[in-house]
Design a protein around this ligand. Structure first.
Ligand SMILES: Cc1cc2nc3c(=O)[nH]c(=O)nc-3n(C[C@H](O)[C@H](O)[C@H](O)COP(=O)(O)O)c2cc1C
Length: 171
């Protein structure tokens, strides 16, 4: 029985090379709505998302994120920030929102990726976020430059999943 959600989880990959082609507004809107609709601890929603589409700003993002130079060539990117006061909950909540965006984008044929990690102070300042926020990551978005094969490099499932108790083989 087909399960589209599982298919997305099975095939989605980090995409860092993009076609020089715009992503329609309706798709970008769906992506940020997916973030907005994500669950958070105590429904606190301690986050803020900035959708960046201007080429100059995307180039700036690419230059500010050491591990995210590809943002410069994306069609758009979402900056994901959480209220510092939310601490570990904010990181968890935003991580889940990122996954919502990545999977939603993938459902529309748009590739994306998680770029960066907490404490991207330069990104926070450049994009006008108050210092009560910490930037967790940036999610560049764009149509994949080449066909994504979807072959994941993962540890064997039996190594990371147990049945009932740690160490009892699952598969
Ligand atoms: C928490 C997290 C942080 C990541 N940070 C970066 C990053 O800064 N730059 C980058 O290019 N990819 C980053 N990635 C993408 C991973 O490197 C990638 O998903 C992983 O190697 C598996 O590849 P796949 O998603 O194509 O299967 C990050 C992924 C996660 C989940």
């Amino acid at each position: 029985m087909a399960n589209q959600v599982y298919e997305a989880a099975r095939t989605v990959m980090a995409v860092r090379e993009y076609q020089d082609r715009e992503v329609p507004e309706a798709v970008l809107r769906r992506v940020v709505e997916a973030a907005h609709l994500t669950a958070s601890a105590s429904n606190a929603q301690p986050w803020h998302f900035i959708l960046v589409r201007e080429r100059q700003a995307l180039r700036k993002l690419g230059s500010l994120i050491r591990t995210g130079g590809h943002a410069a060539r994306a069609a758009a990117a979402v900056i994901v920030a959480y209220e510092k006061s939310s601490g570990a909950f904010g990181v968890s909540d935003c991580s889940r929102a990122i996954q919502s965006m990545v999977i939603t984008a993938w459902g529309d044929g748009v590739g994306s990726n998680w770029a960066g990690w907490v404490g991207m102070e330069n990104v926070r300042r450049e994009f006008g976020l108050p210092d009560s926020y910490d930037v967790l990551a940036v999610v560049p978005l764009g149509y994949p430059k080449r066909k994504v094969i979807g072959k994941k490099r993962r540890k064997p499932i039996g190594e990371v999943v147990s049945a009932e108790r740690f160490g009892t083989p699952f598969a």
